[in-house]
Design a protein. Structure first.
Ligand SMILES: [Zn+2]
Length: 63
C-alpha cells in the first residue's frame, strides 16, 4: 500500500485514497458529500450553475 495516496478528509477525518475520491476537491475531501457539507455546495454544482445562468435568462421571456 502506497501511503503517498492516503489523505485524511478535512470533514470526517476518514483516511482515504484521494485518487478514488469522487469529490472535485479530492485532495481535501473523501467524498462529494463531505465537500458539500463543509462548503455548503460542490464546486461541480457551482460550475454547472454558472454555466446554466445565461441560458436560463435567455429562456425567460422579456415582458
Ligand atoms: Zn469525509
Amino acid at each position: 500500500m502506497n501511503l503517498n495516496h492516503i489523505k485524511v478528509c478535512a470533514r470526517c477525518n476518514l483516511r482515504y485514497d484521494w485518487r478514488k475520491s469522487p469529490s472535485s476537491m479530492k485532495m481535501t475531501y473523501c467524498s462529494s458529500l463531505c465537500e458539500k457539507a463543509d462548503l455548503g455546495f460542490t464546486v461541480e454544482a457551482l460550475l454547472r450553475y454558472e454555466r446554466a445562468t445565461p441560458e436560463a435568462e435567455a429562456a425567460t421571456p422579456a415582458v
